[in-house]
Design a protein around this ligand. Structure first.
Ligand code: ZN
Length: 277
């Protein structure tokens, strides 16, 4: 759950008890227990205490529930924008990373291995490393973008791990999943993360429609877009952010370490079970 206001952590489950500390607005908490009056017992910065349920919003899905491939590694109320495949050019790619980092937005980027190779060859840069250094998350989208359903388990696993993305999360091309694909992910020690909402940016080829579809997301959603279409620009992200903001829906934040404080940090290769959005 997430705090919706600066919130007092108290010794016991009532508003008159002693304040242990004040938890800032937008903090993520995992409830340990619930009192009959609705208050939650939580741990924050190694201190345990109680918070009023009136200033928190709970997640649609508790972390203890079964892993959901659509919601993947975002168990928070924040919306995560995800971008697949390959950017058109290095300049545009960099401008998105700089914008996201500057506005404290954390994106999930799923480039193919072929894409990484292309940019390495053309510009001598590793675009996955570049994104991670700006507090953005990178997941595998296979080396060559096949429909993995037609591949054997072993061939699918190889597709996921080839191409330089040594991570624990991947997105199968086209979101196509069958037993072969599930087996391949297992073999590659990866979890599957698809999406809860697709903009179909590649079909509509319209900036306006892409933005409005992304901005239709509700809390906790994973939005699919592509790096070579119109959702992938500072201006598109700015518009999505503003429109979500009007509904009091926030975007995932850039990585600042597990506690979400301080300067932007390089994201780990392996994604935590729930991103510190
Ligand atoms: Zn793709």
């Amino acid at each position: 759950m997430e705090t919706t206001a600066a919130l007092n952590l108290r010794k016991s489950a009532n508003a008159n008890s002693k304040v242990v500390l004040t938890i800032p607005r937008g903090s993520l908490l995992s409830p340990l227990q619930r009192a009959t009056n609705g208050w939650y017992k939580v741990k924050y910065k190694s201190r345990t205490g109680w918070v009023s349920h009136k200033f928190v919003v709970t997640l649609e899905q508790a972390p203890s529930q079964k892993f959901d491939v659509h919601r993947g590694h975002n168990r928070t109320n924040r919306v995560i924008l995800t971008y697949d495949d390959c950017p058109l050019n290095l300049k545009g790619y960099k401008s998105v990373l700089d914008y996201a980092a500057g506005r404290n937005i954390g994106l999930v980027i799923a480039p193919t291995g072929n894409c990484l190779k292309k940019f390495k060859k053309k510009y001598g840069v590793d675009i996955a490393e570049m994104a991670r250094a700006k507090g953005q998350w990178i997941i595998s989208h296979t080396a060559t973008h096949p429909d993995m359903r037609a591949l054997s388990c072993a061939a699918g696993a190889k597709e996921l791990t080839r191409g330089g993305i040594a991570t624990n999360v991947g997105r199968p091309p086209y979101g196509a999943i069958n037993d072969n694909v599930r087996c391949a992910f297992k073999k590659a020690h990866m979890s599957i993360w698809t999406w809860t909402r697709t903009t179909r940016d590649m079909d509509v080829k319209s900036k306006k429609i892409t933005i409005s579809r992304a901005a239709a997301a509700g809390r906790g959603e994973t939005v699919l877009m592509h790096m070579h279409w119109y959702g992938f620009s500072p201006n598109s992200i700015a518009q999505i952010r503003d429109r979500l903001g009007k509904k009091k829906v926030n975007l995932c934040r850039a990585y600042r370490g597990a506690d979400g404080h301080g300067a932007i940090k390089k994201t780990p290769l392996n994604l935590p079970k729930s991103l510190p959005c």
